[in-house]
Write a protein of this length. Structure first.
Length: 367
């Protein structure tokens, strides 16, 4: 559903001067909340660790746990398995689309004697609890105090704009956003947007004081469907709200931009392994990636992996590493395609990335 008019009218309109101020490139040290689905795979842990190693640039006031779940793949995965087993020569158009998307996944599982029906996908409620515990784990490994800094988030996704989900995370976001400060509060979002959307719906006036830095999806002028983006597809209502409500938004496309942040096993061996407790833990995660088992990937020695969520932290530390331009905000339609009707408020969007500078900074901060 598109965001109802009465919901949009509850938000203050940010004037041009204020919006230009909010969307100016960050300088010095800036307050930031990291909103993260930390146990989803491994990239969030890299992003959180880099944040904690970058206190000269980021004043991390809190970390809020988001829900996550891959359950939305189950039915299509099982249907694709059945279609492939039938071995038809002619398929319906929708079936061909499913096969194109899921064939590799199904065949990877079956080649390693894993039945798709045997896969277990965490529920959103389980996902947020695992994320919360993993945030605490990273804090512990890095000898950081989590008291009053780490918060449980929503146990599920928005079902209506009239029923935002109250949680420790949404309450924390509101309280931080309402503090008097000349600089905006940056909310670096590296999961779905449920906590943030709920906070904005509960207290709409906070949009005048925050900048949401979010990674997901395809560039907003592309023609691709955004369904493959986990961050975007999980909570569709929250994703649509971000682009419609008028909040200052720095959009960092995952596909084509963040996707360039790849690390290989030789990279990990040389630059991360034995670089302190956090280096060894990140190495363990890389070599025991839960997505590998879920996708039937057994031999990982020749594969690289995208560390998607580091793009947010890179922009906060040095926005020149993730160049952006000012564009009009798109509309995310109900089928998860971008529409660009014009006459919209502005946002920032990334169009490039300096992978080498980003990893050089990260590696140099590991002990």
């Amino acid at each position: 559903m598109t965001v109802p008019k009465d919901i949009l009218e509850s938000f203050p309109v940010i004037n041009k001067k204020k919006m230009n101020h909010l969307l100016s490139l960050p300088k010095g040290t800036n307050r930031m909340i990291l909103d993260t689905d930390t146990a989803n795979e491994i990239d969030d842990q890299f992003a959180l660790a880099w944040t904690l190693l970058s206190k000269d640039k980021i004043d991390l006031v809190g970390v809020t746990a988001e829900p996550y779940s891959f359950q939305h793949h189950r039915d299509d995965l099982l249907k694709t398995e059945n279609l492939l087993r039938d071995n038809k020569k002619n398929f319906e158009k929708n079936d061909l689309k499913l096969i194109e998307e899921y064939k590799g996944w199904v065949e990877g599982l079956l080649s390693n004697d894993i039945k798709p029906s045997e896969l277990y996908f965490d529920t959103p409620e389980e996902g947020v609890e695992k994320s919360y515990k993993e945030i605490l784990n990273i804090f512990s490994i890095m000898n950081e105090n989590p008291n009053n800094k780490v918060f449980r988030g929503s146990p599920g996704y928005l079902e209506s704009y009239n029923t935002p989900i109250k949680s420790d995370s949404s309450e924390f976001i509101i309280n931080e956003a309402l503090k008097n400060d000349d600089k905006p509060l940056y909310i670096s979002a590296i999961g779905c947007l449920t906590n943030i959307a709920s906070a904005m719906l509960i207290e709409p006036k906070i949009i005048s004081n925050i900048v949401i830095v979010w990674t997901s999806g395809f560039p907003s002028r592309s023609l691709q469907n955004n369904t493959p983006s986990l961050n975007l597809v999980q909570d569709k209502l929250a994703s649509q709200l971000l682009f419609d409500c008028g909040v200052a938004n720095v959009y960092l496309p995952g596909y084509h931009i963040g996707a360039q942040l790849t690390l290989s096993l030789p990279d990990m061996d040389k630059w991360v392994k034995d670089k302190g407790a956090i280096g060894n833990y990140l190495y363990y995660l890389y070599t025991n990636n839960p997505i590998h088992k879920q996708r039937g990937i057994i031999d990982q020695t020749w594969r690289s992996w995208v560390i998607w969520d580091m793009i947010n932290i890179a922009w906060m530390i040095n926005p020149e590493w993730v160049p952006t331009s000012i564009l009009e905000s798109p509309v995310l339609d109900d089928n998860l395609y971008w529409q660009n009707p014009g006459n919209r408020h502005i946002m920032r969007e990334a169009y490039g990335i300096n992978r080498d500078a980003i990893f050089y900074d990260f590696f140099s901060k590991l002990n």
